[in-house]
Design a protein around this ligand. Structure first.
Ligand SMILES: *[C@@H]1O[C@H](CO)[C@@H](O)[C@H](O)[C@H]1NC(C)=O
Ligand SMILES: *[C@@H]1O[C@H](CO)[C@@H](O)[C@H](O)[C@H]1NC(C)=O
Ligand SMILES: *[C@@H]1O[C@H](CO)[C@@H](O)[C@H](O)[C@H]1NC(C)=O
Ligand SMILES: *[C@@H]1O[C@H](CO)[C@@H](O)[C@H](O)[C@H]1NC(C)=O
Ligand SMILES: *[C@@H]1O[C@H](CO)[C@@H](O)[C@H](O)[C@H]1NC(C)=O
Ligand SMILES: *[C@@H]1O[C@H](CO)[C@@H](O)[C@H](O)[C@H]1NC(C)=O
Ligand SMILES: *[C@@H]1O[C@H](CO)[C@@H](O)[C@H](O)[C@H]1NC(C)=O
Ligand SMILES: *[C@@H]1O[C@H](CO)[C@@H](O)[C@H](O)[C@H]1NC(C)=O
Ligand SMILES: *[C@@H]1O[C@H](CO)[C@@H](O)[C@H](O)[C@H]1NC(C)=O
Ligand SMILES: *[C@@H]1O[C@H](CO)[C@@H](O)[C@H](O)[C@H]1NC(C)=O
Length: 775
């Protein structure tokens, strides 16, 4: 398809007019161009005193820099670290070290492998989210890494088969937002700059980057990347929403993404960087490109990119030239360097920052051991993000079992670890779960993986328990149809997984080998307990109703302590509290258009986000499709009752329709967006017979027929409670929680009227209903 600028502009205007006119975005014929927003806002540190202090120091420095020195700070290269910035020796400014990944320092020795982001999200536990960020940050700090490349809220998981959904923090904006904020604060409390990524609309792997013909001198583009076309309201209420919390907690860095947004590459998209990020959200830090995500020199500089990783010809001396010939202002160049240095000062990295011992290309002789006692936390989060969805007649926990049989490739460590030196840097990297012979899945694939110092496999941990109980264990890790059945076995534990990686979307949410394995074991064993490790949704329609499948666990991607975390739940040391951070459909087709990534052979491929706000459970609610296991669902070994719902609107805060226009934006947006405007309270009682904690969930229905039926807006861990005990859950709702994005006013706005309030244990088990009225 060939576009002319005038047709594009007309269509964009028509689309914008229709949107402002209350038309459903799905009826808008064309998503338009990304509107120009220039010039790039100059960072000035007005957000708070720490930023102000940092900016003062940074500005004093850059005022003395030559153009070459300013350029150097913005000019990334691949060196000792995954990415490095240029140093300014004349002023003692070091080269900053950037490294992956969001779930552990990748490719190094003596580092920990934390659970993946999506696993953390399944804990619905704010305290663990902060501790995760803090411990992760300590490991980066110890290795002398200035900038951690995480956390990730993009992809959110719009497409169920998306290859990187496991790195993110769920398709629900509130859950992802709380996690983004907590992890960011944790990482930065450890003295490391957190990078919120990928900004924005990076929802699939298929064609996320252009194809380039490297044999041509000009590196001719043979195919452009996918364009994520989303309307303004969806961008604000869904995709940018989690980033706001990271910014609110001080995130010093944001990574722009590979793909296009409304046809304009994200790393040169002025609406996304100058507009939403630096103007509306008052971002004080720097924007770094995803690796080789920069597609132009002058355009990216003017659209708000601050650091290129790595430079491959667009910047460096070319950027100096562009400043000298007036294509990029010197003010812009100064701002880029100032933003980097201000962030460095903001984190106080000028004071005794550890020597960088991280090495991309070789192993250091005497590596710094940064694991500390993080294995305890990893084990705890591993168990807390383990989700029990089926448990017939209290099959679990296993009590005093003497004999179990263990089946499946996912139960054990790889036969021989598939080691790939230097693919993504580091002494080595070990891939798990790549295929049925590569063992238990504790992380996914690509740049977001962790590098476990060791792996406690499920088999290892279960063996330990059985050994302590003077029992017997039998196993077969490889057969699709194991046999014969050991008659004295009390439980058959089957382990399967669902792998995914950066660069590829999944082709299915199931696989035949694994489904056959479960059915074959179940056909001979009346007590078959299935555990899945998975990078996202894994459908189970092939066997979930099998009468011999008595318990089913979604085990996520738990990291190095995998087996211990699981055994803690299986044997009842931990009463599960994990909740599904996505919807499990009865069958794959039920995800409809949201199942597959957009595959297109066009030169300019497009993904139209026509579903707007309705992804995951919001889609199922809208289409009235009953899922197998809904978002937020997860069983405990006890049961809970909910009662005494109370709602109250605050009297002492600004309740005008719009936030006070006299108040300046700070990093994260308008400060009043975080005012608590209402509270909801409910009692949670342990109505079963063992101790346990529950994740109480609050959903709201915003007035109007253009909003999702229910949106998660709060979650609180209540307990542990002993049987019969009850405790009150208190939810605080902020102005943003009760606002929608007004496209015309370009502001968050209260909807006057009655909001529905629901409290319960999942997005569909909501026994308490009430209302909040905003007058
Ligand atoms: C706005 O809505 C009105 C009434 O639904 C309709 O007549 C008009 O054509 C719409 N305008 C645009 C630009 O879509
Ligand atoms: C996206 O929307 C545009 C304009 O409405 C349309 O031309 C294009 O075919 C759509 N692309 C896909 C993949 O649906
Ligand atoms: C994309 O286009 C839509 C419709 O015109 C608009 O609402 C939205 O803000 C645009 N987004 C970006 C990033 O350009
Ligand atoms: C600082 O930046 C904020 C946000 O862009 C803006 O509102 C404010 O006017 C700026 N202040 C100065 C002194 O430039
Ligand atoms: C630019 O950075 C490099 C690498 O850190 C450093 O060796 C060089 O001295 C710097 N140049 C200037 C002009 O400061
Ligand atoms: C200025 O320099 C840049 C970088 O070399 C170049 O891309 C651009 O075309 C130049 N602009 C003019 C007006 O010469
Ligand atoms: C659960 O246990 C009860 C009582 O022992 C039994 O009647 C029932 O059939 C069992 N249910 C299943 C699904 O096994
Ligand atoms: C593990 O997976 C990789 C990638 O598919 C493959 O090259 C390797 O052979 C596998 N290892 C085994 C033991 O099958
Ligand atoms: C359940 O297991 C028993 C063995 O205990 C077996 O006889 C039966 O056929 C199995 N049921 C199914 C539906 O496979
Ligand atoms: C999903 O995409 C694959 C190709 O990657 C295709 O074979 C399949 O038909 C698609 N499924 C649906 C439901 O669109």
């Amino acid at each position: 398809m060939k576009f002319s600028a005038s047709t594009l502009l007309l269509s964009a205007q028509a689309a914008a007019a229709a949107l402002n006119n209350g038309t459903n975005p799905s009826e808008v014929p064309y998503y338009g161009l990304s509107p120009p927003v220039y010039p790039a806002p100059v960072g000035n540190g007005t957000s708070d005193r720490s930023w102000a202090k940092a900016y003062k120091k940074a500005k004093a420095l850059t005022a003395q820099f030559t153009l070459e020195e300013k350029m150097n700070v913005t000019n990334g290269f691949e060196g000792l670290c995954v990415g490095n910035t240029g140093a300014v020796p004349r002023f003692g400014i070091p080269s900053l070290c950037f490294a992956d990944a969001p779930d552990g320092v990748r490719g190094q020795e003596f580092v920990s492998a934390f659970p993946a982001g999506l696993h953390l999200a399944a804990t619905f536990n704010k305290d663990l989210m902060y501790k995760y960020g803090k411990a992760l940050g300590e490991e980066y700090y110890g290795k002398g890494i200035h900038v951690a490349l995480g956390p990730s809220a993009g992809p959110m998981g719009r497409v169920m088969r998306g290859g990187r959904n496991w790195e993110g923090l769920s398709p629900d904006p509130s859950l992802a937002a709380v996690a983004m904020g907590a992890i960011t604060r944790g990482i930065q409390d450890s003295g490391v700059i957190a990078t919120a990524k990928h900004w924005l609309l990076n929802e699939q792997e298929a064609r996320r980057r252009p194809s380039v013909d490297e044999s041509t001198p000009e590196r001719r583009v043979t195919d452009e990347a996918i364009s994520s076309n989303a309307d303004d309201r969806t961008i604000h209420e869904l995709y940018a929403f989690p980033f706001m919390n990271a910014l609110k907690e001080g995130a010093g860095s944001v990574m722009c993404s590979y793909q296009r947004a409304n046809h304009s590459y994200a790393c040169q998209n002025s609406k996304l960087m100058n507009g939403i990020l630096k103007t509306q959200l008052g971002f004080e830090g720097f924007v770094v490109s995803d690796w080789r995500g920069q597609r132009s020199g002058v355009a990216s500089a003017n659209a708000g990119l601050d650091v290129v990783m790595p430079d491959h010809g667009f910047w460096g001396e070319k950027l100096v030239e562009a400043v000298n010939n007036g294509s990029v202002s010197e003010e812009r160049m100064t701002d880029m360097a100032t933003r980097v240095l201000a962030t460095w000062y903001y984190l106080e990295q000028e004071n005794n920052f550890p020597e960088t011992t991280y090495r991309s290309y070789s192993t250091v002789g005497d590596p710094v051991n940064v694991q500390a006692d993080h294995s305890d936390l990893i084990r705890e989060i591993g168990a807390a993000g383990t989700v029990l969805v089926k448990n017939v007649n209290k099959t679990l926990p296993l009590k005093d079992v003497k004999m179990v049989s263990v089946y499946g490739y996912d139960a054990t460590v790889p036969q021989s670890p598939w080691q790939n030196p230097n693919r993504y840097g580091g002494g080595y990297e070990v891939n798990f779960g790549w295929n049925t012979f590569n063992g238990t899945l504790v992380t996914g694939g690509g740049s977001g993986i962790s590098t476990p110092p060791y792996v406690v496999s499920p088999f290892h941990a279960i063996s330990d328990r059985i050994a302590k109980n003077k029992g017997t264990i039998r196993w077969d890790f490889y057969s699709e149809a194991p046999g014969p059945h050991y008659v004295n076995t009390e439980a058959c534990l089957v382990f399967i997984n669902g792998y995914a990686s950066e660069s590829f979307d999944r082709v299915s949410l199931t696989d035949e080998f694994s489904d056959n394995l479960v059915i074959n074991v179940a056909s001979m064993c009346p007590n078959t307990i299935v555990t899945m490790h998975h990078t996202g949704a894994r459908t189970v329609d092939a066997w979930i109703d099998h009468p011999n499948v008595t318990a089913v666990i979604y085990g996520g991607l738990p990291g190095q302590e995998s087996g211990n975390s699981l055994a803690d739940v299986l044997f009842g040391d931990v009463n599960p509290t994990g909740k599904l951070p996505f919807t499990i459909a009865k069958k794959e087709e039920d995800y409809g258009e949201l199942l597959n990534s957009t595959n297109s052979k066009d030169f300019f491929p497009e993904a139209n986000f026509t579903e707007g706000l309705y992804i995951d459970y919001r889609y199922f609610d809208k289409k009235n499709i009953t899922p197998l296991y809904e978002f937020g669902f997860g069983l405990s070994y006890t049961t809970f009752g909910f009662s005494n719902l109370e709602t109250a609107v605050k009297a002492d805060v600004n309740m005008d329709e719009f936030p006070d226009p006299e108040i300046d934006i700070i990093q994260g947006g308008h400060p009043e967006l975080w005012d608590v405007v209402a509270t909801v309270k409910a009692h949670v009682e342990n109505t079963g017979d063992v101790d346990g904690a529950e994740i109480a969930q609050l959903y709201i229905g915003v007035p109007g027929d253009d909003t999702p039926a229910r949106q998660l807006r709060g979650f609180e861990r209540v307990g542990p409670l002993v049987p019969g005990q009850n405790h009150r859950a208190v939810f605080e709702l902020t102005r943003r929680d009760l606002s929608t994005w007004d496209v015309e006013a370009q502001q968050w706005r209260f909807r006057r009227g009655t909001y529905k309030v629901y409290v319960g244990s999942s997005s569909r088990k909501l026994p308490l209903e009430g209302t909040i009225t905003i007058e």
